[in-house]
Design a protein around this ligand. Structure first.
Ligand code: GLU
Length: 302
Protein backbone atom coordinates (compact mmCIF):
# COMPACT_ATOMS: atom_id res chain seq x y z
CA UNK A 1 0.00 0.00 0.00
CA UNK A 2 1.50 3.42 -0.89
CA UNK A 3 2.21 5.83 1.97
CA UNK A 4 -0.83 7.88 2.85
CA UNK A 5 -1.09 11.54 3.51
CA UNK A 6 -2.69 12.28 6.87
CA UNK A 7 -5.81 14.25 6.18
CA UNK A 8 -8.24 16.02 8.44
CA UNK A 9 -10.86 13.30 8.21
CA UNK A 10 -10.49 9.77 6.90
CA UNK A 11 -13.30 7.30 7.51
CA UNK A 12 -13.75 3.73 6.38
CA UNK A 13 -16.12 0.81 6.06
CA UNK A 14 -14.49 -2.56 6.68
CA UNK A 15 -16.87 -5.47 6.10
CA UNK A 16 -15.88 -9.09 6.61
CA UNK A 17 -17.04 -11.08 3.57
CA UNK A 18 -18.84 -13.74 5.60
CA UNK A 19 -22.15 -12.99 3.88
CA UNK A 20 -23.93 -10.39 1.77
CA UNK A 21 -24.52 -6.77 2.83
CA UNK A 22 -27.47 -6.88 5.25
CA UNK A 23 -29.50 -4.12 6.91
CA UNK A 24 -27.18 -3.95 9.95
CA UNK A 25 -23.98 -3.57 7.97
CA UNK A 26 -25.68 -1.12 5.60
CA UNK A 27 -26.58 1.12 8.56
CA UNK A 28 -22.93 1.06 9.69
CA UNK A 29 -21.71 1.80 6.16
CA UNK A 30 -24.20 4.65 5.81
CA UNK A 31 -23.30 6.23 9.16
CA UNK A 32 -19.63 6.10 8.30
CA UNK A 33 -20.15 7.47 4.77
CA UNK A 34 -22.42 10.30 5.93
CA UNK A 35 -20.04 11.27 8.69
CA UNK A 36 -17.14 11.46 6.22
CA UNK A 37 -19.25 13.46 3.82
CA UNK A 38 -20.45 15.87 6.48
CA UNK A 39 -16.81 16.52 7.41
CA UNK A 40 -15.66 16.79 3.76
CA UNK A 41 -13.38 13.85 4.44
CA UNK A 42 -12.15 10.84 2.56
CA UNK A 43 -13.93 7.50 2.88
CA UNK A 44 -12.18 4.19 2.30
CA UNK A 45 -13.26 0.60 1.82
CA UNK A 46 -11.45 -2.41 3.21
CA UNK A 47 -12.43 -6.04 2.84
CA UNK A 48 -11.56 -7.93 6.02
CA UNK A 49 -10.96 -11.32 4.44
CA UNK A 50 -8.50 -12.64 7.01
CA UNK A 51 -10.41 -15.69 8.06
CA UNK A 52 -10.78 -17.86 4.95
CA UNK A 53 -12.90 -20.63 6.54
CA UNK A 54 -15.55 -18.13 7.67
CA UNK A 55 -15.77 -16.47 4.29
CA UNK A 56 -18.65 -16.96 1.90
CA UNK A 57 -17.45 -17.32 -1.69
CA UNK A 58 -18.53 -14.30 -3.71
CA UNK A 59 -19.51 -12.22 -0.67
CA UNK A 60 -16.78 -9.59 -1.11
CA UNK A 61 -17.91 -8.86 -4.65
CA UNK A 62 -21.56 -8.95 -3.65
CA UNK A 63 -20.94 -6.38 -0.90
CA UNK A 64 -18.94 -4.09 -3.18
CA UNK A 65 -21.54 -4.39 -5.91
CA UNK A 66 -24.40 -3.59 -3.52
CA UNK A 67 -22.55 -0.55 -2.16
CA UNK A 68 -21.94 0.76 -5.68
CA UNK A 69 -25.59 0.31 -6.64
CA UNK A 70 -26.66 2.16 -3.51
CA UNK A 71 -24.56 5.15 -4.56
CA UNK A 72 -21.69 4.78 -2.09
CA UNK A 73 -18.53 6.38 -3.47
CA UNK A 74 -15.23 5.48 -1.96
CA UNK A 75 -11.83 7.10 -2.25
CA UNK A 76 -8.60 5.33 -3.12
CA UNK A 77 -8.03 1.67 -3.75
CA UNK A 78 -9.95 -1.04 -1.96
CA UNK A 79 -7.68 -2.80 0.53
CA UNK A 80 -7.92 -6.57 1.04
CA UNK A 81 -6.58 -7.85 4.34
CA UNK A 82 -5.64 -11.17 2.76
CA UNK A 83 -2.87 -9.31 0.90
CA UNK A 84 -1.44 -7.52 3.94
CA UNK A 85 0.43 -10.33 5.64
CA UNK A 86 3.77 -8.47 5.68
CA UNK A 87 2.34 -5.44 7.43
CA UNK A 88 0.77 -7.59 10.16
CA UNK A 89 4.00 -9.55 10.55
CA UNK A 90 6.02 -6.34 10.99
CA UNK A 91 3.68 -5.07 13.70
CA UNK A 92 3.74 -8.46 15.40
CA UNK A 93 7.54 -8.48 15.33
CA UNK A 94 7.65 -5.03 16.91
CA UNK A 95 5.38 -6.23 19.70
CA UNK A 96 7.47 -9.37 20.14
CA UNK A 97 10.78 -7.47 20.19
CA UNK A 98 9.44 -5.28 23.00
CA UNK A 99 8.32 -8.32 24.99
CA UNK A 100 4.61 -7.54 24.69
CA UNK A 101 3.57 -10.94 23.26
CA UNK A 102 4.09 -14.52 24.36
CA UNK A 103 3.18 -17.96 23.02
CA UNK A 104 0.24 -19.74 24.62
CA UNK A 105 -0.55 -23.45 24.54
CA UNK A 106 -4.03 -23.32 26.11
CA UNK A 107 -7.09 -24.74 24.42
CA UNK A 108 -10.46 -23.01 24.82
CA UNK A 109 -11.51 -25.88 27.02
CA UNK A 110 -8.54 -25.45 29.35
CA UNK A 111 -9.21 -21.74 29.68
CA UNK A 112 -12.88 -22.32 30.52
CA UNK A 113 -11.98 -25.08 33.02
CA UNK A 114 -9.36 -22.99 34.80
CA UNK A 115 -11.96 -20.31 35.40
CA UNK A 116 -14.71 -22.60 36.68
CA UNK A 117 -12.12 -24.32 38.91
CA UNK A 118 -11.46 -21.01 40.60
CA UNK A 119 -15.16 -21.01 41.52
CA UNK A 120 -16.00 -18.15 39.17
CA UNK A 121 -18.92 -18.33 36.84
CA UNK A 122 -18.31 -17.79 33.21
CA UNK A 123 -19.52 -14.45 31.98
CA UNK A 124 -21.47 -14.43 28.75
CA UNK A 125 -19.33 -14.25 25.65
CA UNK A 126 -15.60 -14.06 26.03
CA UNK A 127 -13.78 -15.83 28.86
CA UNK A 128 -10.97 -13.65 30.29
CA UNK A 129 -7.69 -15.44 29.78
CA UNK A 130 -6.37 -16.46 33.21
CA UNK A 131 -2.71 -15.95 32.30
CA UNK A 132 -1.67 -19.62 32.38
CA UNK A 133 1.20 -19.27 29.85
CA UNK A 134 2.24 -15.73 30.81
CA UNK A 135 5.51 -16.91 32.30
CA UNK A 136 6.12 -19.78 29.89
CA UNK A 137 4.24 -22.72 28.41
CA UNK A 138 4.03 -26.01 30.33
CA UNK A 139 6.83 -28.42 29.33
CA UNK A 140 6.13 -30.43 26.22
CA UNK A 141 3.34 -28.20 24.95
CA UNK A 142 3.50 -26.16 21.77
CA UNK A 143 2.05 -22.77 20.92
CA UNK A 144 -1.52 -22.55 19.68
CA UNK A 145 -1.55 -18.76 19.67
CA UNK A 146 0.35 -15.63 20.63
CA UNK A 147 -1.17 -13.30 23.19
CA UNK A 148 -0.46 -9.68 24.00
CA UNK A 149 -0.06 -8.74 27.68
CA UNK A 150 -2.56 -6.42 29.28
CA UNK A 151 -2.46 -4.89 32.74
CA UNK A 152 -4.78 -3.31 35.28
CA UNK A 153 -4.43 0.22 33.91
CA UNK A 154 -7.88 1.19 32.63
CA UNK A 155 -8.08 2.07 28.95
CA UNK A 156 -9.88 5.41 28.85
CA UNK A 157 -11.42 6.63 25.65
CA UNK A 158 -14.41 8.56 24.37
CA UNK A 159 -17.16 7.31 22.12
CA UNK A 160 -18.99 10.15 20.36
CA UNK A 161 -22.31 8.58 21.29
CA UNK A 162 -21.76 6.43 24.38
CA UNK A 163 -19.49 9.04 25.99
CA UNK A 164 -16.52 8.42 28.28
CA UNK A 165 -15.46 4.77 28.55
CA UNK A 166 -13.12 3.10 30.95
CA UNK A 167 -12.27 -0.50 30.13
CA UNK A 168 -10.29 -2.85 32.31
CA UNK A 169 -8.80 -5.28 29.82
CA UNK A 170 -7.37 -7.51 32.54
CA UNK A 171 -10.89 -8.10 33.91
CA UNK A 172 -12.79 -8.13 30.64
CA UNK A 173 -10.59 -10.20 28.32
CA UNK A 174 -7.16 -10.80 29.84
CA UNK A 175 -4.11 -11.17 27.60
CA UNK A 176 -5.68 -11.52 24.16
CA UNK A 177 -4.76 -13.34 20.98
CA UNK A 178 -3.03 -11.43 18.21
CA UNK A 179 -1.97 -14.40 16.13
CA UNK A 180 -2.96 -18.02 15.85
CA UNK A 181 -0.18 -20.58 15.48
CA UNK A 182 -1.75 -21.96 12.31
CA UNK A 183 -1.23 -18.61 10.60
CA UNK A 184 -4.11 -16.18 10.69
CA UNK A 185 -3.70 -12.79 12.31
CA UNK A 186 -6.34 -11.77 14.78
CA UNK A 187 -8.88 -9.16 13.73
CA UNK A 188 -7.74 -6.89 16.61
CA UNK A 189 -4.21 -6.64 15.26
CA UNK A 190 -5.12 -6.40 11.58
CA UNK A 191 -7.68 -3.64 12.07
CA UNK A 192 -5.22 -1.49 14.01
CA UNK A 193 -2.41 -1.98 11.49
CA UNK A 194 -4.70 -1.17 8.57
CA UNK A 195 -6.49 1.79 10.12
CA UNK A 196 -3.08 3.25 10.90
CA UNK A 197 -1.60 2.51 7.47
CA UNK A 198 -4.64 4.04 5.78
CA UNK A 199 -4.49 7.16 7.97
CA UNK A 200 -8.00 6.56 9.36
CA UNK A 201 -8.97 9.34 11.77
CA UNK A 202 -12.58 8.30 12.41
CA UNK A 203 -13.91 4.83 13.10
CA UNK A 204 -17.71 4.72 12.72
CA UNK A 205 -19.13 1.21 13.10
CA UNK A 206 -21.69 -0.95 14.89
CA UNK A 207 -21.96 -1.03 18.68
CA UNK A 208 -21.15 -4.75 18.61
CA UNK A 209 -17.53 -3.59 18.30
CA UNK A 210 -17.64 -1.23 21.31
CA UNK A 211 -15.96 -3.92 23.39
CA UNK A 212 -13.16 -4.38 20.87
CA UNK A 213 -12.14 -0.74 20.97
CA UNK A 214 -10.14 -0.92 24.20
CA UNK A 215 -8.13 -3.86 22.82
CA UNK A 216 -7.44 -1.90 19.66
CA UNK A 217 -6.40 1.19 21.62
CA UNK A 218 -4.13 -0.94 23.79
CA UNK A 219 -2.36 -2.26 20.67
CA UNK A 220 -2.12 1.25 19.23
CA UNK A 221 -0.54 2.53 22.42
CA UNK A 222 2.00 -0.32 22.40
CA UNK A 223 2.79 0.33 18.75
CA UNK A 224 2.98 4.12 19.21
CA UNK A 225 0.17 4.85 16.76
CA UNK A 226 -2.11 7.90 16.92
CA UNK A 227 -5.67 7.21 18.09
CA UNK A 228 -8.73 7.73 15.92
CA UNK A 229 -12.07 9.12 17.11
CA UNK A 230 -14.81 6.51 17.58
CA UNK A 231 -18.54 6.45 17.02
CA UNK A 232 -20.47 3.23 17.55
CA UNK A 233 -23.97 3.16 16.15
CA UNK A 234 -26.80 1.10 17.68
CA UNK A 235 -26.87 -2.49 16.51
CA UNK A 236 -29.96 -3.38 14.51
CA UNK A 237 -32.05 -6.22 15.82
CA UNK A 238 -34.29 -8.51 13.82
CA UNK A 239 -37.97 -9.20 14.57
CA UNK A 240 -36.93 -11.85 17.14
CA UNK A 241 -34.77 -9.35 19.06
CA UNK A 242 -31.40 -10.87 18.12
CA UNK A 243 -28.65 -8.86 16.49
CA UNK A 244 -28.89 -8.74 12.72
CA UNK A 245 -25.74 -10.37 11.45
CA UNK A 246 -24.40 -12.53 8.73
CA UNK A 247 -24.02 -15.32 11.30
CA UNK A 248 -27.72 -15.23 12.14
CA UNK A 249 -28.54 -15.32 8.43
CA UNK A 250 -29.75 -11.72 8.04
CA UNK A 251 -31.11 -11.32 4.52
CA UNK A 252 -29.18 -9.41 1.85
CA UNK A 253 -30.16 -5.80 1.25
CA UNK A 254 -32.13 -5.44 -1.99
CA UNK A 255 -29.87 -3.08 -3.95
CA UNK A 256 -32.26 -3.09 -6.89
CA UNK A 257 -34.40 -0.69 -4.82
CA UNK A 258 -31.70 1.66 -3.58
CA UNK A 259 -33.89 4.38 -2.06
CA UNK A 260 -35.95 1.89 -0.09
CA UNK A 261 -32.83 0.21 1.32
CA UNK A 262 -31.11 3.52 2.09
CA UNK A 263 -34.23 5.00 3.70
CA UNK A 264 -34.58 1.97 5.96
CA UNK A 265 -30.94 2.38 7.03
CA UNK A 266 -31.36 6.13 7.61
CA UNK A 267 -34.44 5.49 9.69
CA UNK A 268 -32.54 2.90 11.73
CA UNK A 269 -30.00 5.64 12.47
CA UNK A 270 -32.81 7.77 13.90
CA UNK A 271 -32.80 10.23 11.00
CA UNK A 272 -36.16 9.39 9.41
CA UNK A 273 -36.87 8.68 5.75
CA UNK A 274 -36.26 10.90 2.75
CA UNK A 275 -38.49 9.16 0.23
CA UNK A 276 -38.44 8.88 -3.49
CA UNK A 277 -35.68 11.12 -4.81
CA UNK A 278 -33.01 10.62 -7.45
CA UNK A 279 -30.08 8.80 -5.84
CA UNK A 280 -27.66 11.76 -5.91
CA UNK A 281 -30.22 14.04 -4.30
CA UNK A 282 -31.05 11.41 -1.67
CA UNK A 283 -27.40 11.40 -0.63
CA UNK A 284 -27.18 15.21 -0.43
CA UNK A 285 -30.31 15.38 1.71
CA UNK A 286 -29.13 12.56 3.95
CA UNK A 287 -25.72 14.20 4.41
CA UNK A 288 -27.41 17.47 5.38
CA UNK A 289 -29.55 15.63 7.92
CA UNK A 290 -26.55 13.89 9.39
CA UNK A 291 -24.63 17.16 9.62
CA UNK A 292 -27.55 18.83 11.40
CA UNK A 293 -27.89 15.97 13.87
CA UNK A 294 -24.11 16.16 14.50
CA UNK A 295 -23.91 12.75 16.11
CA UNK A 296 -26.70 10.31 16.64
CA UNK A 297 -29.72 11.03 18.78
CA UNK A 298 -30.60 9.09 21.94
CA UNK A 299 -27.83 6.91 23.33
CA UNK A 300 -30.48 5.01 25.23
CA UNK A 301 -31.72 2.87 22.34
CA UNK A 302 -28.41 1.07 21.69
N1 GLU B 1 -14.87 -6.48 9.75
C1 GLU B 1 -15.69 -6.13 10.89
C2 GLU B 1 -17.11 -6.60 10.66
O1 GLU B 1 -17.50 -6.83 9.53
C3 GLU B 1 -15.74 -4.63 11.13
C4 GLU B 1 -14.45 -4.08 11.55
C5 GLU B 1 -14.46 -2.63 11.98
O2 GLU B 1 -15.30 -1.84 11.51
O3 GLU B 1 -13.59 -2.30 12.74
O4 GLU B 1 -17.82 -6.76 11.62
Amino acid sequence: MPAVERSAYVGRFAPSPTGPLHAGSLAAALASRLDARAQHGRWLLRIEDLDAPREMPGAANAILDALARLGFRHDGEIVFQSRRNDAYRQAFERLAAAGHVYPCACTRREIADSITHRGETLARGEVPYPGTCRHGMPAGRSARAWRVRVDATPVRWIDRRAGARRDRLDEQVGDFVVRRADGPWAYQLAVVVDDDAQGVTDVVRGADLLDSTARQLHLRRLLGMPEPRHLHIPVLVGPDGTKLSKQTGAPAVDASRPIEALDAALEALGLGRIGDEPLERWWSLAAARWARAEALPSPSNG
